[in-house]
Design a protein around this ligand. Structure first.
Ligand code: SF4
Length: 304
């Protein structure tokens, strides 16, 4: 993906973040309504699949404030290259430690992710490849939740307006169905204005690393193609300087505006009209097809 993903900040204990449990259905300290689980009973033991620290802050805050017991589950074999994966994981782990939330570091089975992505290397964001990507992560999350006695699970992928909420939720339900909905998948509208504002407030407070693409090598490739077409410097992985904009989250108002419904819709409409990477990478698709025919792992496709 070729936009910024905006997110969170630094070194605050749970009480200072406002992470006190309170009865379900009341109003939070930040003024937004407290969430309720589908069964409307707190506390629930919730396994929260997290893609990164910036997307997890507001959900953890809301869930804990709602009286639930949250464990963060980091399983993201889609993130490439490894350096970016480690940055996102370590930041999420540090955030979990700061707020006293258990953190599970799951496998980085990148070869399996590339195998599943075969034939979808040129699909647009929100297409088939993303369904596969959500399915893979939700399946692993549901399995862990099932084996470890969680009531339910959900995912930070559902907080971002850059994601198709229906697509994300469908993957969650499919994964829960494999275990007869024990645990169930917690569907909720995490993309409200209040949640988006809260996400960027926390991100600026915590001064999180601002990632510049969705995560996989294909989204990185497409981000850089789009940037080149628009005269923008390429994505920078790590370091103190971003390819575009600030390296860390600093301005909650600007960041929330960048994820407004209008901006996101305009972006995807524009991308549909003007961005056709199947032409740019036609020759390389043939190489990928040949590699798949030889039953190679697909990891080599990371060198776009
Ligand atoms: S664009 Fe994002 S959601 Fe889609 S496959 Fe790549 S990492 Fe997964």
């Amino acid at each position: 993906m070729w936009r910024h993903v905006r997110a969170c900040s630094r070194s605050v204990r749970p009480s200072r973040l406002g992470l006190q449990r309170r009865p379900c259905g009341t109003t939070s300290s930040t003024g937004s309504p407290t969430l309720t689980t589908p069964r409307r009973v707190a506390p629930q033991k919730v396994l929260l699949h997290s893609c990164c620290a910036p997307c997890s802050g507001s959900m953890v805050e809301e869930l804990v404030a709602g009286g639930h017991h949250v464990t963060i589950f980091f399983y993201n074999p889609n993130i490439h290259p490894r350096e970016e994966y480690e940055i996102r994981k370590e930041e999420n782990k540090r955030f979990a430690e700061r707020i006293g939330t258990p953190f599970v570091d799951a496998d980085y089975d990148v070869d399996e992710w590339f195998k599943r992505a075969r034939g979808m290397e040129f699909d647009p964001e929100r297409g088939r490849r993303c369904t596969m990507c959500f399915d893979m992560r939700m399946e692993r999350t549901a399995l862990y939740a099932h084996e470890n006695g969680f009531d339910c699970f959900t995912t930070t992928n559902a907080t971002s307006r850059w994601k198709d909420q229906e697509q994300v939720n469908s993957s969650g339900f499919r994964a829960a169905a494999k275990y007869n909905f024990m645990p169930y998948f917690w569907k909720y509208d995490w993309q409200t204005d209040a949640m988006t504002e809260r996400k960027y407030r926390i991100n600026a407070e915590q001064r999180f690393y601002k990632q510049e693409y969705c995560g996989c090598s294909y989204s990185l490739r497409d981000s850089n193609i789009w940037r080149k077409q628009n005269g923008i410097p390429p994505v920078q992985i790590g370091g103190e300087t971003a390819g575009l904009g600030s390296r860390y989250f600093e301005n909650p108002e600007d960041d929330a505006r960048e994820e407004s419904v209008e901006v996101v819709e305009a972006f995807f409409a524009s991308a549909d009209r003007h961005f056709d990477n199947t032409l740019v990478y036609k020759g390389r698709q043939r190489q990928a097809d040949k590699a798949a025919a030889r039953d190679e792992t697909g990891s080599t496709c990371n060198n776009w």
